[in-house]
Every structure is written in structure tokens, then in C-alpha cells.
Design a binder for this molecule. Structure first.
Ligand SMILES: O=c1nc[nH]c2c1ncn2[C@H]1C[C@H](O)[C@@H](COP(=O)(O)OP(=O)(O)OP(=O)(O)O)O1
Ligand SMILES: [Mg+2]
Length: 205
């Protein structure tokens, strides 16, 4: 008899991320439920590194739901700002999740810099934990390099996408469309690694 379909919690409150994670995880035969469906509040992101915060978020959701969980901690590291805003990307301008204010602050911080001085990388750390005290969480990391534009371009995506220019695509992350972004982004790269590890995982049934 086939085993029942597994349920996993997606430990994120970010609608843009959730949509991308769902489409990137479509290859796995598991039921994905957003943490908000269980009234799980946002975890406090006290970590120094992306992986710290991803672990915090995954364990938090697993502890409150009793289900295995997948979390994403991500952000933009700008070369000219020595890697800032980094893990503080979501609260760069002060208010958590205020994309417009964060983008405006980034544009101002890089004012006057030439294109070759505007390099940046999106990072995505994904963590899958089978429970709140899983001693062997699965960890993956993806990086996507680009340049920060002087002004936003495009309407797709979320966060810093309108400011993130990708030379090889001749488009910003907000212009290339979801399918293309999900083929090449930091999150796509991390998710491919995560799925590969979960597939080869005895504990995953
Ligand atoms: O593909 C992306 N395209 C554009 N911007 C992005 C992307 N990936 C991360 N970002 C930005 C959004 C946010 O400013 C920060 C993530 O912060 P981060 O704490 O991981 O997420 P969050 O607080 O929005 O949701 P949650 O913690 O509930 O998953 O980096
Ligand atoms: Mg967050």
C-alpha cells in the first residue's frame, strides 16, 4: 500500500518566496502548507549568517506544528557595501518587509557609482528539518550574481528584483518572468541541491 503523502510546512511569511518555493518544490511528491495556515508567527531572526536564520525559522515552524519544515533565509550582498544589507536585507530601511523603502535606500547608497562598481549577489540558504530537534538538518546554498540598477525596472517578482540586473539575460530579475527566474536564481540553485539531498534521504521515506 502506498504510504500517505507527506506534509511539510513552508516556514516563510513572504508571499513572493512562498510562490517560488512551491513551484521549485513541485518535483517532490509532498504536500506543502504555509506556516501562516497554522498561525505560526514569524520567528525572530537573530542569526549572524543566512544559515543561522534558516535553521531558526525551520525549527520554529517544526516546533509549533509538529511537522517537518523547510525555511529560506536570503538577501542581497552588495560588493560596494562590503556585503550589506546581507542578512538584514528585509529590514535595511528600518521596517521589516518594506520593499519600496529598502529599494530606495539601496539606490541612494550607490548613487554615483559606475556600472562596474555595482556588483552584487543574491544568496539563498534553505534548510529542511524533519522535526524541531532533527540532529541532521539538510542545508543548501545558492548564489546569483548581478548588478544593482540606478532605478527599478520591471513588475514581476518581489523584494529587490526590480533593482537586480542580470547581464546574461539582458533583463532585471523583475523583467525576466517567474519561469526564467525560477530556472536560474539563487533560490532555484539552492532548491535543486536541497531536493537532490532529500531524494537521496533514507529518512524521507
Ligand atoms: O529572489 C529574491 N528577489 C528579490 N529579493 C529577494 C529575493 N530573495 C531574497 N530577497 C530579499 C527580500 C527580503 O528583503 C530579503 C529576505 O529576507 P528574509 O528574512 O529571508 O525573508 P522575509 O523576512 O521576507 O520572509 P521570511 O523570513 O518569513 O521567509 O531578501
Ligand atoms: Mg525574514
Amino acid at each position: 500500500m502506498a504510504s500517505p503523502r507527506q506534509r511539510w510546512v513552508l516556514a516563510s511569511g513572504n508571499a513572493g518566496k512562498l510562490e517560488e518555493m512551491r513551484s521549485l518544490l513541485a518535483a517532490l511528491d509532498i504536500e506543502l502548507v504555509a506556516q501562516t495556515e497554522f498561525d505560526v508567527p514569524d520567528a525572530e531572526e537573530t542569526g549572524i549568517a543566512f544559515v543561522d536564520n534558516a535553521l531558526i525559522k525551520a525549527r520554529h515552524a517544526a516546533a509549533l506544528t509538529g511537522l517537518p519544515a523547510i525555511a529560506d533565509d536570503s538577501g542581497l550582498a552588495v560588493d560596494a557595501l562590503n556585503g550589506a544589507p546581507g542578512v538584514y536585507s528585509a529590514r535595511y530601511a528600518g521596517t521589516h518587509g518594506d520593499d519600496a523603502a529598502n529599494n530606495a535606500k539601496l539606490v541612494a547608497a550607490l548613487e554615483g557609482l559606475a556600472p562596474e562598481q555595482r556588483g552584487a549577489a543574491f544568496h539563498c540558504c534553505l534548510v529542511a528539518t524533519r522535526g524541531a530537534s532533527d540532529p541532521v538538518p539538510v542545508i543548501a546554498h545558492g548564489v546569483w550574481r548581478g548588478r544593482v540598477l540606478e532605478a527599478p525596472r520591471g513588475d514581476c517578482g518581489f523584494g529587490y528584483d526590480p533593482l537586480f540586473w542580470v547581464d546574461e539575460e539582458n533583463a532585471s530579475a523583475a523583467e525576466m518572468g517567474a519561469a526564467r527566474k525560477n530556472a536560474i536564481s539563487h533560490r532555484a540553485r539552492a532548491m535543486r541541491q536541497l531536493v537532490e539531498q532529500l531524494r537521496g534521504d533514507d529518512h524521507n521515506g
